[in-house]
Design a protein around this ligand. Sequence first.
Ligand SMILES: Cc1ncc(COP(=O)(O)O)c(C=O)c1O
Length: 374
Amino acid sequence: MKLFDVYPLFDINIVKGKGCRVWDEQGTEYLDLYGGHAVISIGHAHPHYVEMVSKQVATLGFYSNSVINKLQRQLAERLGKACGYEDYQFFLINSGAEANENALKLASFYNGRTRVLSAEKAFHGRTSLAVEVTNNPKIIAPINDNGHVTYLPLNDLEAWTREIAKGDVCAVIVECIQGVGGIRMATAEFMQGLRKACDETNTVLICDEIQCGYGRSGKFFAHQHLGVRPDMITVAKGIGNGFPMGGVLIAPKFTPVYGQLGTTFGGNHLACSAALAVLDVVEQEGLTENAAKVGAYLLKELKLLPGIKEVRGEGLMIGMEFDAPIKDIRLKLLKEQHVFTGVSGTNVIRLLPPLCLSMDEADEFLLRFKKVLA
Ligand SMILES: Cc1ncc(COP(=O)(O)O)c(C=O)c1O
């Protein structure tokens, strides 16, 4: 059987990782400024992570959600403290799309409505509702195109409040820093205005922190730069440092109902031990503070480089927009300078390194990047 060929691939087989570096099967070393698409938060093969996951799989990898799982409770407690949402509830699933799917579903159970507002250029995943709130017609299949969603320009508060005031909007969903959309940032005025409009109409405010959350922006959540508390926060990617996991942080006003939400694999023992190891390392190594420091340095230095139209971002989530397509620059970075980076559309290079990127590694990247731009 062949693989279903949906990914345009680089002809590189990565076989090993350590910290912010990965190696291919020929032994070539690469600097990882992509983090496997913002997934590697604490670094590749962190010893504490390896130890905790190895111990857990040797003890109990999985049992179902029909029994108490103390690791889940521990994780919810630890996460609540780490991010400042101790009064919220936590529901665990396996991916980002599932997190948004469940958040939207719960919002609809809560207020009985079916309309959703989402931002232009938004990306929220590929399952039915998650893809419907994603502003990319190419990936919305006819079966997912069910007319629930109005897309509006990010930060156009008037347009959003006008729709919300109609009283029929179930939820609004926003990435406070758009990832796939090209590192575009919501403003504090916009988010605070949305919060107020949602409160007045019992509309649910969901922040998708799947890419911009978990320390990446230099605060635990990107919306914490903007002075709002959403009703639900969705997380995935960095939460398990590569172990497939997603979660929804749910405000106290939502009452759980037996059977309404559920999952076979979500929050299993192995996943929780991975997520607990991640929180240990994020705290012990001050990775959120590191993302703020190294990110600010990179942003400052990148803004000095000639030939880049705009540098945007916060912490270790950085976009560099060029006037022309960046395909060749990215390929040169990879093939000649051995640096992995991400992309948004045709003209934006995205940097999403592990949060442990050091100042020396940032300098190493800048040096290699300058060689490509020269
Ligand atoms: C902001 C955002 N939301 C949701 C998703 C979907 O996550 P997953 O691929 O784990 O389903 C992504 C993935 O890139 C994302 O960047």
